[in-house]
Design a binder for this molecule. Sequence first.
Ligand SMILES: Cc1cc2nc3c(=O)[nH]c(=O)nc-3n(C[C@H](O)[C@H](O)[C@H](O)COP(=O)(O)O)c2cc1C
Length: 508
Amino acid sequence: MDAKPIITTGAEYHWKTSYDRDRMDGHFLDWENQPNPFKKYAGIQAIPLMTVSRFPENSLWDLTSQPVNRPDLKTLNRDQISQLLYLTGGITAKSRQAGKDFYYRSVASAGALYPAEMYVGIFDAKNLEPGIYHFGADNFALTPLRSGSFLNEIRRTLSENRHLSASFFLTGIFFRSAWKYRARAFRYVLLDTGHLLENLFLALASVDLAFTCHYDFSDEKVGRLIGLDGRREVGLVCVNVLGKPLPATQVPVSQDIMAVDPLPAEIIAAGRVSRREVVYDDILEIYRAGTQEPASDRVQVTMFNDIGVTPTSWVSIEKSDADSEERSYAQAVLHRRSKRNYINQSLAKKKFMRLLDLLCRSARQDGDDDPFACLTVGFLTGNIDGFEPGFYLLDPEKRRAGQIISGNLLEPMASVCLDQKWLTNAATHFLFMANLKEIDRHYGARGYRYAMLNAGRLGQLIYLGATALGLGCCGIGALYDGEAQKLLSLNEDSALLYLVATGPVKRF
Ligand SMILES: Cc1cc2nc3c(=O)[nH]c(=O)nc-3n(C[C@H](O)[C@H](O)[C@H](O)COP(=O)(O)O)c2cc1C
């Protein structure tokens, strides 16, 4: 792809890959070429993780409202790492499909294609040697890719001055999703990675670890360290676990990651997941447009209300207490599944408020980890006791929801979502919207990543909140983009990026 790129901004990519009812060409899935959802490193012995038999008992609401930076630094151990990885991306269910076993995970994924992968850099942990490892969900094991501590190289790359005990790297393999969604797949890879990231945040919080998150880093350096080719598989997020300071004698020598030997070609080639992979130029163009070194002084921009609609009246969202039947965070992770069997039965206002409360608690006013950054979050309501049907925006900072349109829009929205009619029976559709032009203006093309990753994060949180409350939930990435903009009366620069439906279901 040497020609001048056509796509240089998030908005260009988004609209170029939008669905239009009158221009949907049939796409048949090539089952012979179905991507492998598990990465394979030939010839490297994987290290088994520990079976997780006890899970934390925290409430999701408590975990979400805790501050991200916990002062109490701990040393990691192998049991904890096993638990973290299992809750973040482990296998939680199995079904038979076309005569084969199919594995579902703790995280939702568009089309169950699981494009996101996880790597761990260990610097200081009991019973686990320092090194860079890949997490395999299928064998629940770590494959060692490099041995030795790369602590200072990573700190230097991420401009991180604090001491770290581990770093997690989340990556995306484009063809896993592009096999089904073609050029539109960059959206799904980002949303899916955001879902995984939220699971990782919650898992870290559940064992009381302090951590920081980086959306900005040199893609080239991170790719070199963990063995990505930057074309098939790319790095999207780094999460650092803060650790106890090492004694001065143990602090490894720092060098630039570019001076570290590249990993062998066989390791990098493990990013190939099908025999015949199609490379979509639109995906490479938007990805590459976002790889410029981001400004270190980027500011948080609150996007609330940049989408061209203004609330006329407000409803306040009170902090709520747990119901005795509510599942714990870990039970919600283990039981979470996408549900589409909604019944047109009213949802108690208390449960709905509890979900809104969860979202408000997750907002962070003081850091890069705010999942609301770059997004305007709203919802459509239908059958909720004592809550007027309509289209609302959520203002998490002021803990209130503002009405934009009165009336039930669930049915027209189901039609916007590629006529997935079952969505009409959900009690509510959460909406993740953004002014893409503003995001491009503030952050360049990398801003599209922030918005989509954050939409995925909040999507996973709603899935878990709904599961804890005994409600069904399903993410929806398939929508006619122009129709969504029109239905919600958004301005021409704004789009609905993602939708998550929840409500009472027939069988839970
Ligand atoms: C980003 C994203 C988009 C999705 N889009 C749809 C959709 O349009 N329609 C649908 O029925 N399910 C959709 N899903 C749900 C997935 O199909 C589901 O997560 C996957 O099959 C795995 O099943 P599980 O969630 O039960 O683990 C989506 C999920 C995600 C994360």
